[in-house]
Design a protein around this ligand. Structure first.
Ligand SMILES: [Mn+2]
Length: 302
């Protein structure tokens, strides 16, 4: 092969090395991972590479409003969704806010009686059970302009934590925490990933305030819920999702929660829990049958 002219752009890494390592490198380059730092992070995702939670649009506002509620002793309602992402996000937030001193109650709408989303009827039922001045809408609320406007007129502030498309103009929430309003790098996060980010922001603020419970709070054991919801919601497992799911599967395999152990048993999983087992066994097993009359609750907490 003598003296062939180098084509334009030949200095770009389009072919790398040879043998097994060369093949892996070629696969990474084909996926656009052509700089060593990004390739290394893809192969070995680490929690310390997670971005600052404050980079999520309006997350800092949500953290501030939550801390104000705690200082004022205001009870907080979490209005979730009944799918795996919504339930695991609701469970995750309960498990952070309660130990850190919030009075907080979960409400999951009934799939058949109340349907999806922050509807006026479902919210009225929720407020009847838990009269609260602050509602956290999880995995829903991005288009609920009418309900949020009504809640505001009733003196109820709403924080929306959701990853669905936001209505134009956006509903008048106190904080619209939604990755669709941010950069492409975070847009794949689903609600349980966002809930983890919000939890991180809340704990960070608690540490800045010198609260001992926040200083010793370990967020890592909550990542099993993040793996569950993120895989079940079928969002791309790239970037931050890849980091969260990798660490989350480790937590899931520790099988600390009785709820996870029971699910794994029902699903017949004996060995390791991976993405396939979550997507095709754990997630379907955790969804109540369509005709179920049982009132939904964030059972996975246990
Ligand atoms: Mn979701």
């Amino acid at each position: 092969m003598a003296n062939r002219a180098r084509p334009a752009g030949a200095d770009r890494p389009t072919r790398v090395g040879s043998g097994g390592v060369g093949l892996l490198a070629q696969c990474l380059v084909n996926r656009g991972l052509d700089d060593p730092a990004r390739a290394a992070s893809f192969l070995r995702p680490r929690l310390k590479e997670l971005d600052d939670p404050d980079r999520i649009p309006n997350l800092a506002r949500a953290v501030d409003r939550l801390w104000r509620a705690r200082e004022a002793g205001e009870p907080v309602g979490i209005f979730g969704d009944y799918d795996v992402d919504g339930v695991s996000a609701t469970a995750l937030l309960l498990q952070v806010l309660r130990p850190l001193g919030w009075r907080v109650e979960p409400y999951l709408p009934h799939r058949l009686d109340e349907g999806y989303g922050l509807t006026r009827d479902a919210v009225a039922n929720c407020l009847q059970r838990f009269p609260v001045p602050l509602l956290l809408a999880v995995d829903c609320g991005s288009t609920a302009t009418e309900t949020i406007t009504w809640l505001k007129s009733q003196g109820v502030d709403v924080i929306v934590l959701d990853h669905h498309q936001v209505a134009q103009p956006a509903p008048p929430a106190t904080a619209m925490v939604n990755p669709q309003l941010g950069s492409a790098a975070i847009q794949a996060l689903c609600s349980v990933g966002l809930a983890f980010k919000l939890a991180h922001g809340v704990v960070k603020q608690g540490r800045a305030l010198g609260l001992p419970a926040a200083e010793s709070f370990d967020l890592k054991p909550l990542l099993d819920l993040v793996a569950l919801g993120t895989i079940a919601d079928l969002v791309p497992l790239t970037g931050e999702n890849r980091i969260l799911v990798t660490a989350g599967l480790e937590q899931l395999n520790a099988r600390r929660r009785p709820g996870v152990r029971a699910l794994a048993e029902v699903a017949g999983i004996r060995g390791e829990i991976g993405r396939w087992e979550v997507g095709f066994q754990l997630a379907p097993a955790s969804t109540p049958p369509a005709g179920s009359r049982t009132p939904p609750k964030p059972w996975i907490c246990s």
